[in-house]
Design a protein around this ligand. Structure first.
Ligand code: NAP
Length: 230
């Protein structure tokens, strides 16, 4: 049975990705730092006939990530798909010259280092898959093409750096498919209620990369199943 781990899968885009992957027959690990919400999301998948397990995982905490990989190994012997979805926005309305080092550090810790940390901890389990895939949920806000518009500088820098992590991982792991995705502007707690896309639409490219895209597609940044510039 194919296995998938989705981080930040207790709500929003991550929960929808977990739901869709379970519906496609994956054994899904619902990674979440919040036990109650993570357990509930895994139970919901089970109620609809999918196979899911909650995996306690705070991507910003090395010991939590190590414990999660140990816990995972008790339940499965390999990982086919890792979706690094967990993310935060700490920015308020301040521009780049006003944000604190602390704000930037906190954002990088989760959005950038978190994805790298989880990939590192699960790399040997992924290497046991016939076709390992890593999907980093990034943002158009991290795109350098066209220049920045000044919105949420800490968040945008973390996603630019996450795209750098994607490119480096793709080079380091030639057997793996490693890509970044921009889900578009999605109605979640982060995206807000005015966003243009449903979670179903936001999850589409992520799920496609996880289950259906060619394994040779790697080291790219995608939106709507198409490559976009970094
Ligand atoms: N929504 C959009 O318009 C949009 C656009 C572009 C990119 N994205 C990206 O899409 C991803 C999902 O965002 P979303 O819109 O679904 O946001 P969301 O509803 O706020 O969900 C974010 C998820 O990440 C989790 N998370 C945050 N820090 C974590 C940590 N240290 N360890 C584990 N989990 C953690 C949250 O858990 P808690 O519930 O415990 O906080 C939550 O499950 C993010 O990477 C975001 O940057 C979103």
């Amino acid at each position: 049975m194919k296995t998938a781990l989705v981080t930040g899968a207790n709500k929003g885009i991550g929960r929808e990705v977990a739901r869709q992957l379970a519906a496609k027959g994956f054994y899904v690990f619902v990674g979440a730092r919040n036990r109650k919400a993570g357990g509930k999301a895994a139970d919901e998948i089970g109620k609809h006939g999918g196979k899911a397990a909650f995996l306690e995982l705070d991507v910003s905490d090395e010991s939590s990530v190590t414990a999660a990989s140990r816990e995972f190994s008790k339940l499965a012997d390999h990982l086919d798909v890792l979706v690094n979805n967990a993310g935060i926005i700490v920015d308020g309305d301040d521009g780049i010259l006003k944000i604190s080092d602390e704000l930037l550090r906190e954002t990088l810790e989760t959005n950038t280092l978190g994805a790298l940390r989880v990939t590192r901890a699960f790399a040997s389990l992924l290497a046991k898959s016939k076709a390992p895939r890593v999907i980093n949920v990034s943002s158009g806000g991290g795109q350098l093409t066209g220049g920045a518009d000044g919105w949420a500088p800490g968040y945008c820098i973390s996603k630019t750096a996450l795209n750098g992590v994607t490119s480096q991982l793709a080079a380091a792991l030639p057997k793996f498919a490693v890509n970044s995705v921009c889900p578009g502007w999605v109605r979640t707690d982060m995206g807000g209620s005015n966003a243009t896309r449903s979670v179903k639409e936001g999850a589409d490219t992520i799920v496609w990369l996880a289950a259906d895209a060619p394994q040779s597609l790697t080291g790219k940044f995608l939106r709507d199943r198409k490559e976009i510039p970094w």
